[in-house]
Design a binder for this molecule. Structure first.
Ligand code: MN
Length: 764
């Protein structure tokens, strides 16, 4: 586009545009890029010119057009931001600076950098939405001229466009931009699929020649009524949209219905509904396809009525009914907001708010803010922003009729957090359309959701994996962390209370406070949490508080103390606390006192009936070798990990014998095993073709899962292997073992609790 054409175009939609500014930017770009060529051999400056032209189609302001002309000069020529600022002012310099910074980001490099780059991108975009608009136009022009690049580069850029830029354009409501970016990327990213679909579409077009025109004419004819003159346009669905649908729903091309979409544009909202009435009384509507995005706009401000009918010539046609203004927003999204409001305002401060009023932009800003908060890692934000970019929305209502928009797949948990963080934290269940439902229920469009709250504010840790929105997930993580800290605090105080009681002292926070320097801890809370986590022995704390007490000198616990009764001077006689109320777990600290219990811990284990999963908020994991319901188990508090569950036969437990304060008695408490649990077998079998297959298939037939299989030893005649498998419970494991032993080639089957069976430590 020549200089005067560009200026005239801008003036045609904005008579107040600063012509001199655009002229100077045009000339500056021309000079700066002089002598540079694009890969195609064309002068480089044709690129910024084309980008500016694309932006005039969205009728953007003089500053955006000028920034588009200058968008590559800092990166690719000796020009500097300071120079731009001096010649064109800070506003344009800021835009160019933002564009230069994001140009250096290459999103599809290493995974770790990708997240960080995406974060920088969103931050740049959120500081001024016009940076995003220029970047999208820049990407669109590069995609249009991508053919000249090497195939690998084409594919990479196309994938990046499909991953980031097309969804961003869609999220900003810029459907026209999105469609073209997708269409161009599709042919480079998936050349075979693209070719196949285009060929099918050609074929369809030949078979249905003239169909679109006929349907359009009939629609226009039958919908013209009472002075409404609808403007109808029709088209086939786009190849990329078809491909996505085939992929998402696992359909063949032939299985796709409604290949045609028609748009009916009328003058007023009232006309939209009158046309809708007419459509539904003229042709049968396809159930479940009607959507009213006029009364409930999409998050990106999109408004329209959607319906599908068995229309003219018995074709399933999708109809979009909307006003001209809605059509404009559907096409240009955020950019459309510059068109009407503040058109005559000269100063940018008045103009920018119009843009920033859009919901789509508000969304972008929210995500940028989320990224700035320390709670969220870049990876996390990247993942969730992308999830929300790709997912369509569902709209649900509070009982008072407030609309809450959520990404598709969101649960009532996400809904609760979208209402308010406090509502989310206190959520214990919900009612969907007035009927009780679990909070984990995935919500559907239009449902009324009432969140049921309790007084306690401690979201279950498992929710973090279930929630879909970044907002809910980061709030849950924060809540769980605080909760865990509180629980560790209570646990630590109980352990210390008993340790103090051992030397007839009463525990108090003040006593701990007096010994902080000796313990090199910052606060009392740090001390009790460290004790609960097993990072600090209770005995050490007691000695720090009472240096002169006649406790035995601190034994440096041997790695494998033979007798766990030694070195455990500071624990309660009976070693039992019932912390069930706040903990969900009974646990014990095996005491120095002898007695039947300590010598026969199994007797105790049976007396405690508590679930080890679900209720306990401390993270529970299984020690190497696993444990299954029916096993007698013991828990070990591991610093920074939580509770590891060991079968009491595990030889690994010897490692903790010198640290009694870390021991915790736990048992299973479940009627029927809700899931499979890990266990490990050593199997020795004849080295014969097919033996492994027989072993594996027996395990499968018995409804167990093989998690891992490792060859330990392979000799001429026998192979010894270690199989990690998941079984429902001990009975099930025994059944599997019996089944394995019945296989003729199987020589030996034994359950093991560690990779290499450890021998019992011998007496010194
Ligand atoms: Mn460029």
């Amino acid at each position: 586009m020549r200089q005067f054409e560009l200026v005239e175009t801008v003036q045609s939609y904005d008579p107040t545009a600063d012509v001199d500014l655009i002229d100077r930017a045009y000339v500056f770009a021309l000079r700066a890029h002089r002598g540079q060529k694009r890969a195609s051999g064309e002068p480089y400056v044709t690129h910024p010119q084309a980008v500016a032209e694309i932006l005039t189609e969205m009728r953007l302001d003089d500053a955006t057009i000028s920034a588009a002309l200058l968008h590559d000069v800092v990166e690719d020529t000796p020009a500097t931001v300071a120079e731009i600022s001096e010649l064109f002012g800070d506003e344009i310099a800021d835009l160019v600076d933002g564009l230069t910074k994001i140009k250096q980001l290459d999103l599809v490099t290493k995974k770790a950098e990708q997240a960080e780059n995406f974060r920088k991108l969103l931050l740049a975009f959120s500081s001024d939405i016009r940076v995003l608009l220029v970047k999208l136009a820049d990407r669109l022009h590069n995609m249009r001229t991508l053919g000249i690049m090497r195939e690998e580069k084409r594919r990479r850029i196309a994938e990046e466009t499909l991953d980031i830029y097309a969804p961003l354009a869609g999220r900003m409501g810029m459907q026209g931009m999105r469609d073209e970016l997708e269409a161009l990327s599709f042919q480079y990213a998936e050349p075979e699929a693209h070719e196949a679909i285009v060929a099918r579409l050609d074929d369809l077009q030949t078979r249905n020649a003239g169909l679109i025109e006929e349907v359009k004419a009939e629609l226009e004819e039958r919908l013209r009524t009472d002075g409404i003159v609808p403007v109808v346009s029709g088209r086939e669905k786009r190849p990329y949209a078809i491909w996505r649908k085939m992929e998402d729903k696992h359909l063949d091309f032939e299985q796709l219905s409604d290949m045609y979409a028609f748009r009916v544009v009328v003058r007023s909202v009232a006309d939209c509904y009158r046309i809708l009435g007419l459509v539904h009384t003229t042709w049968p509507a396809v159930p479940g396809r009607f959507k009213d995005y006029i009364s409930v706009p999409k998050q990106n401000d999109y408004q329209s009525l959607h319906t599908t009918v068995i229309g003219p010539r018995n074709q399933r046609v999708e109809l979009q009914i909307r006003t001209e203004r809605m059509n404009e927003i559907a096409e240009y999204g955020v950019a459309a907001h510059t068109l009407y409001k503040e058109r005559t305002a000269r100063d940018q401060d008045a103009r920018r708010p119009a843009l920033e009023q859009s919901n789509a932009y508000a969304w972008l800003r929210r995500h940028a803010e989320a990224m700035l908060s320390r709670e969220n890692s870049a990876e996390d934000v990247f993942e969730h922003t992308r999830l929300e970019l790709f997912h369509d929305q569902v709209f649900c209502f509070t009982p008072k009729g407030r609309i809450i928009a959520l990404p598709r797949g969101a649960t009532a948990i996400d809904f609760a957090y979208a209402v308010h963080t406090d509502v989310g934290n206190r959520c214990v269940g919900c009612k969907i359309n007035r009927r009780p439902a679990p909070a984990t229920t995935v919500l559907q469009n239009g449902q009324e959701v009432e969140i049921i709250c309790s007084d306690k504010a401690d979201p279950p840790a498992a929710w973090e994996q279930i929630a879909v929105t970044g907002r809910a997930r980061s709030a849950i993580r924060r809540g769980v962390k605080e909760n865990r800290k509180r629980q560790y605090g209570e646990l630590g105080r109980h352990i210390l209370t008993n340790a103090f009681a051992k030397i007839d002292e009463a525990f108090s926070d003040e006593k701990i406070a007096s010994a902080l320097h000796r313990l090199t801890q910052k606060s009392v809370d740090d001390v009790v949490v460290a004790v609960a986590r097993g990072e600090l022995a209770a005995a050490v704390v007691v000695r720090a508080v009472f240096p002169s007490s006649d406790l035995p000198a601190e034994p440096k616990p041997p790695r494998r103390a033979r007798n766990r009764l030694e070195g455990a001077g500071a624990v309660a006689d009976d070693g039992w606390f019932n912390l069930r109320n706040f903990f969900g777990l009974k646990f014990r600290v095996p005491g120095s006192a002898g007695g039947a219990r300590t010598q026969d811990p199994t007797g105790l284990l049976e007396s405690a009936t508590v679930p080890i999963r679900g209720v306990a908020n401390l993270p529970v994991s299984f020690a190497e070798g696993g444990a299954v319901p029916g096993d007698r188990i013991v828990g070990i508090v591991t610093p920074g990990v939580g509770i590891s569950v060991f079968p009491i036969h595990s030889p690994l437990l010897e490692l903790y014998e010198s640290e009694p304060e870390r021991w915790m008695d736990v048992t299973w408490d479940m009627d029927a095993s809700p899931e499979r649990f890990p266990s490990r077998l050593n199997v020795t079998a004849l080295n014969e073709p097919g033996s492994l297959a027989r072993i594996a298939s027996l395990i499968g037939e018995e409804d167990a899962n093989i998690d891992n299989l490792m060859m330990l030893r392979r000799e001429a005649d026998f192979t010894e292997m270690q199989i990690d498998l998941e079984v429902w419970d001990l009975g099930h494991l025994n059944t599997v073992m019996r089944g394995l032993r019945a296989i003729p080639v199987v020589h030996r089957v034994a359950r093991v609790f560690a990779t290499v069976e450890r021998t019992k430590p011998s007496s010194p």
